[in-house]
Design a protein around this ligand. Structure first.
Ligand code: SAM
Ligand code: SF4
Length: 496
């Protein structure tokens, strides 16, 4: 059959995601993009031609995990599998990834996702040429040879014309593609091909990047400058999701409330209200809010519109103004507490959660006790607490007075124990109260339905009589027991 083109088997990919909700949602967009390019998603590395890791570099541990994963599966390269690193580690480490993991073919930072379809075509085209042992002469002819390797061994670096995108062809026929825009990018990763994994609640990114430059944080370097989508495009996506049957939308951004509508039509609070007014949308969440940009209008919107969930995640990082200043957080303890007071004055009880870092350089015992006293004063329903992790490029690297690792661990334990006591008391208050939950699933081993309240609390429940709930529907549940992180109850009825 020589000369007759043979149909190519469908290319397959496996994608593992590390890190935050932004990464989870980026992965949904990456999956949609790959499906559109003709790939098929598979659920194991063994079945995949292309293995992708969407990475997180917020703490050192998260970054190391990715390199361990790459090392674990390195031998599969001999079977012709290709590896790609996406997201924050890709952005941060760039081409150094090829040095640490030479079997990687594709490196695409989060600020370059808009170029992903183009890069996949190149990867596929180049791989085919490499597989057949023949260079894609038309393609190569259009490339300008610029360098022979920067210590990367047997390869040539060729530029694709754009300053930040290159294809490397190694002499062992490994194709290497990078797409690493820097902070100058003004594009958002908008795509009509998002492959959302949950059919009832979905994410919409409304703002990407960060301009705040907290002293400890790598995000401004990995996710580029702050750039918002127009309210028009956000609302169009919300309507589209509602038409598909979604009833809950979570608006995302590293600092979601720093949103600035490029068309100048809506403030963040007005956008929240408008999304809540989309027919079919019953719940709107948003995360993460930065205290400096947290206005009273957000609280007023939550108070006025039941569709806006009464939960705010407002990371404080430390209870000490001295340390907040060293962290370059742009607010004091008092200013933070003022925002908490606005929320506590609301007519609907707003559940508040936060992030805390312990062991930032120079954190004294007195600073740490101020963080503990802040926990008591606010009464959080949840705290994500982290040991400070030194990150590349960040200003905090230059600070003296590093806190020893054991002391960081001790402070973390003390903080978690204190917060646990607070949560035991806070969750107990719900016993005897009726809550509306969205049904998220069924836990066979516990014989309980899983629900989530507007306040973002997990409320597991049983059904002793009446109709069986459906996943994605809303039901009313009477809380009968409480734990530090969840509630238990009995369904009392469906909610129309
Ligand atoms: N933009 C949000 C804000 O400003 O509050 C936070 C987003 S950040 C991706 C999520 C959390 O990771 C932060 O709130 C902080 O507690 C934690 N984090 C960031 N950098 C860290 C570091 N170097 N070490 C430990 N925790 C860190
Ligand atoms: Fe990181 Fe600070 Fe930006 Fe949040 S505001 S993403 S902590 S730099």
């Amino acid at each position: 059959m020589s000369g007759v083109p043979q149909p190519r088997a469908q290319k397959t990919f496996y994608l593992e995601t590390f890190g935050c909700q932004m990464n989870v949602h980026d992965s949904e967009k990456v999956v949609g993009t790959l499906l559109e390019e003709g790939y098929q998603q598979v659920d194991s590395i063994e079945k995949a031609d292309l293995i992708l890791y969407n990475t997180c570099s917020i703490r050192d541990k998260a970054e190391q995990k990715v390199f361990h994963r790459l090392a674990d599966y390195k031998k599969l390269q001999a079977e012709g599998k290709k590896f790609g690193v996406l997201g924050c580690v890709a952005q941060q480490e760039g081409e150094k990834i090829f040095e640490r993991a030479p079997h990687v073919s594709l490196v695409c930072g989060s600020a370059s996702y808009t170029k992903l379809p183009e890069m996949l075509v190149q990867l596929d085209g180049k791989s085919r040429a490499a597989d057949s042992g023949a260079a894609d002469s038309g393609f190569l002819a259009s490339l300008a040879m610029t360098n022979a390797g920067e210590g990367l061994g047997n390869e040539e670096l060729t530029s694709l014309g754009s300053a930040d995108e290159t294809v490397r062809r190694s002499t062992d026929n490994l194709v290497r593609i990078t797409g690493l825009d820097d902070r100058q990018t003004d594009k958002c990763f908008e795509t009509e091909f998002t492959a959302r994994t949950n059919p009832h609640r979905g994410y919409i990114t409304i703002i990407e990047g960060c301009d705040k430059f907290c002293a400890y944080c790598v995000v401004p370097f990995t996710r580029g400058k702050e750039r918002s989508r127009t309210s028009h495009s956000v609302l169009a996506e919300a309507r589209q999701m509602a038409d598909l049957g979604y009833s809950e939308i979570q608006l995302l951004g590293q600092n979601v409330n720093s949103y600035r509508d490029p068309s100048g039509n809506k403030s963040f609070a007005e956008l929240l209200v408008a999304v809540g007014e989309v027919a079919g949308i019953r719940r709107v969440r948003f995360t993460t809010s930065h205290p400096r940009d947290f206005g009273r209008d957000i609280v007023e919107a939550i108070d006025a519109r039941p569709a806006l969930c009464n939960h705010v995640h407002l990371p404080v990082q430390s209870g000490s103004t001295r340390l907040l200043d060293a962290m370059q957080r742009l607010y004091t303890r008092e200013q933070y507490l003022e925002r908490i007071a606005w929320m506590k004055a609301a007519r609907r009880e707003i559940s508040i959660t936060t992030d805390v870092i312990v062991g930032f350089p120079g954190e004294t015992e007195a600073d740490f006790s101020q963080t503990l006293s802040l926990l008591d004063e606010v009464g959080y329903d949840g705290v994500f607490s982290f040991k400070y992790s030194a990150r590349p490029n960040t200003p905090a690297l230059k600070l003296d007075d590093a806190i020893p690792e054991e002391e960081k661990s001790r402070r973390l334990e003390v903080l978690m124990a204190r917060q646990r006591e607070i949560q035991v008391a806070r969750y107990k208050r719900y016993v005897g109260i009726g809550c509306e939950v969205m049904v998220e699933g069924y836990n066979d081993s516990r014989a309980q339905w899983i629900g989530r309240t507007s306040q973002n609390k997990t409320l597991n429940f049983t059904v002793s009589a009446g109709p069986v709930p459906v996943v994605g529907s809303y039901v009313s549940v009477l809380v009968t027991r409480s734990f530090p992180n969840s509630l238990v109850g009995e369904m009392v009825g469906l909610v129309g």
